[in-house]
Write a protein that binds this ligand. Sequence first.
Ligand SMILES: NC(=O)c1ccc[n+]([C@@H]2O[C@H](COP(=O)([O-])OP(=O)(O)OC[C@H]3O[C@@H](n4cnc5c(N)ncnc54)[C@H](OP(=O)(O)O)[C@@H]3O)[C@@H](O)[C@H]2O)c1
Length: 297
Amino acid sequence: MNKRRMLIIGSTGQLGTDMCREARSAGYQVTGVDFPQIDIAERRSVARHVVESKAAYIINCAAYTAVDDCETNRERAFALNADGPGSIAAAAASIGARMVHISTDYVFDGRKTGPYLETDFPNPQSVYGQSKYAGEQQVAAACENHQIFRIAWLYGLHGKNFVFTIRAAAEKKAASGGPLTVVNDQFGTPTSTREVCRQVLKALPADLTGIFHATCEGSCTWFDFAKEIILAAARIPVEVLPCTTDEFPRPAPRPKNSMLENQRLKRAGIAVMTGWKRAFREFLRDEADLREEMCTK
Ligand SMILES: NC(=O)c1ccc[n+]([C@@H]2O[C@H](COP(=O)([O-])OP(=O)(O)OC[C@H]3O[C@@H](n4cnc5c(N)ncnc54)[C@H](OP(=O)(O)O)[C@@H]3O)[C@@H](O)[C@H]2O)c1
């Protein structure tokens, strides 16, 4: 088996786009596939792509990530977040590949005081969280050689995320003159796609399987992160005020505590994720570089 060959499923999503780029820079021969070229809800489609890839590593970045929509589309959520990863893992096992899967902090109920460890028992509160937890279980059952990375509060250059949402909301409020209110009683760690990619690529060849927590270091609330985002975009003159989760109701419940400790990666000596503020500054530099690149094209 060619150990440099990699199949990335969900290759045009927020994480998948950067995973393809980072893996190629690290010297992997990457094949990227996404919907509709592959449909992870279709077992045969999955098996064909995995077998044809002859890859040593199958990385699944595809998922149904619309958390609130999952509440009313339970069947679809389980088809894409549980059965889909299960099919990918079974196909990976059939060719002797390592299955790498991405999961989430939403597997926890958020009631713990302090960061969650890999040994803490999941208790998902939303349909999204339940489907992702079922996905972890299906992956583990179908492919012994698996690595599952639980990440949280993800943002990157290529997707819908909190950074872009807050900037847009701030621009709107700046125009209308009102303050922007942001939830200040949910705790977690903003985590950039680049940091996740670095961590996954570092852990990939290690002789370790199972579940790994993989978020940036430190923690904050959404309000703290919003202030950081708006501070960086100094031209948006808007007042940011804290509010509670109860004042900002959503269809799917969010964990109040999303903090994850990367304990297994640290104990194995392969933890590479940096502080969330530092990672955010790198994101801003990448964004400026991308803008310049697009202007010169
Ligand atoms: N975003 C977060 O804050 C966050 C936090 C924790 C964990 N995660 C996990 O991190 C992973 C990556 O998230 P992300 O933000 O990069 O998600 P994303 O941007 O929504 O990307 C998901 C990708 O999956 C594709 N997809 C959807 N249905 C498919 C199907 N039936 N067959 C094949 N591909 C399909 C999507 O294609 P379309 O665009 O065409 O639908 C999209 O390209 C997911 O496992 C997610 O659960 C995300």
